[in-house]
Design a binder for this molecule. Structure first.
Ligand SMILES: [Zn+2]
Length: 198
């Protein structure tokens, strides 16, 4: 029986499972021995792959798998540092996607505008609430969004969200259905998996 595989496969250094490369996170060893997270898979050098999971990262660190796979001593690193590294890269990537939404003006922002979009049942794919949003507005938006089965998440703070969107503080941002929102949701799921946040 022949199997058609459209995706290249790699083995996770932690659990040894073979998965599609796109489901795994790539790590490289810098010339001075530092283990770097390579979310976009673009850093030079040989890479090694891990599931987007704390358990797999812990297993690889605990068994000194990085030294083994790169056949050289690597700078000491803890699983926490690598998990933080992955989470930070995912956050940075989500911020850059919001920046792209800004350039193409494909977003709704501000408590009133987002609530208005929800009231008119505009097709939003995801709503980002600032971590420091006022609880009243946050709860209101979240309830309405959940009713329409729109994903909500708390990320960044009001100042960061404003900066990303080139405005003053923003407490809420909505992304309409589309490729950009799909890419954002993909990152968000991975971020929630690795950081344990919801
Ligand atoms: Zn794994």
């Amino acid at each position: 029986m022949t199997q058609v595989r459209s995706q290249p496969q790699r083995t996770c250094l932690g659990c040894r499972q073979v998965k599609d490369k796109s489901q795994l996170i790539r790590f490289v060893r810098s010339p001075d021995g530092e283990i770097l997270v390579d979310l976009k898979g673009r850093l030079p050098g040989r890479g090694t792959y891990l599931c987007n999971s704390r358990a797999c990262i812990e297993a690889a660190v605990g068994r000194k798998q990085f030294d083994r796979t790169f056949r050289q001593t690597c700078q000491p690193v803890t699983a926490d540092q690598l998990v933080d590294g992955v989470a930070k890269e995912l956050l940075a990537h989500m911020a850059s996607l919001l920046g792209m939404a800004r350039k193409s003006a494909r977003f709704v922002s501000g408590g009133n505008a987002v609530q208005d979009a929800l009231a008119r049942k505009k097709p939003l794919a995801v709503i980002i609430l600032a971590r420091d949003i006022s609880p009243q507005i946050g709860d209101k938006v979240r309830r309405k969004a959940e009713y329409q089965k729109i994903v909500t998440t708390k990320l960044f703070d009001k100042i960061e969200l404003g900066r990303i969107l080139g405005r003053a503080e923003r407490s809420v941002v909505g992304l309409p259905d589309g490729k950009l929102a799909e890419a954002f949701l993909d990152d968000l799921l991975r971020y929630q998996d690795i950081s344990g946040e919801s």
